[in-house]
Design a binder for this molecule. Structure first.
Ligand SMILES: Nc1ncnc2c1ncn2[C@@H]1O[C@H](COP(=O)(O)OP(=O)(O)O)[C@@H](O)[C@H]1O
Ligand SMILES: [Mg+2]
Length: 152
């Protein structure tokens, strides 16, 4: 388990972080994003997608729970579980196929389904900093040593 805190000054740094994270991502990685509305969960997901070489436009999957993108180095499964009221909805979409599958999962509002997250998930808690574009990433990375550290 690796714990780290990263201070993001602006969206360019979010982009760098997301691209670097994509570079070191492996099939079966689950990246859990926790943070209020507007902290940049979807924005970070877009940069992870860009880093994976995904050419499709990433749009918020709020009404679908999960969207799949397969044009990159690895498949990206983008979850937004904001509207889930019962964990059964996760079983209905077959979330295990994704979490333990051949792609990278990014989960927005992951605190809502925290009990379902794999033990080796990477958890990124995002909060706002002082400035408009500042964010703090509080990261618990349980993915194991094969992944390269993704600090600034
Ligand atoms: N450092 C940053 N990282 C991510 N987004 C940022 C940052 N600074 C400003 N923003 C802006 O904040 C907004 C975040 O929106 P969004 O990614 O949809 O958040 P969420 O998915 O968490 O609700 C975007 O308009 C984005 O341009
Ligand atoms: Mg979002």
């Amino acid at each position: 388990m690796e714990r780290s805190k990263i201070n993001i000054q602006n969206e360019i740094e979010t982009k760098k972080f997301g691209m670097r994270l994509a570079d070191s991502a492996k099939a079966g990685d689950v990246i859990a994003l926790i943070g209020d509305l507007g902290t940049g969960k979807t924005t970070l997901t877009k940069y992870i997608a860009e880093g994976l070489g995904i050419t499709e436009t990433i749009t918020s999957p709020t009404f679908n729970i999960v969207k799949e993108y397969r044009s990159g180095r690895l498949p990206l499964f983008h979850f937004d579980v904001y509207r889930i009221s019962d964990p059964d909805e996760m079983f209905e979409i077959g979330y295990e196929e994704y979490f333990y599958g051949d792609g990278v999962c990014v989960v927005e509002w992951a605190d809502i389904i925290e009990d379902l997250l794999p033990e080796d998930a990477m958890i990124i808690r995002i909060s706002r900093g002082a400035g408009e574009e500042e964010r703090v990433y509080d990261i618990t990375d349980n993915r194991g040593s094969a992944n390269v550290h993704t600090g600034n």
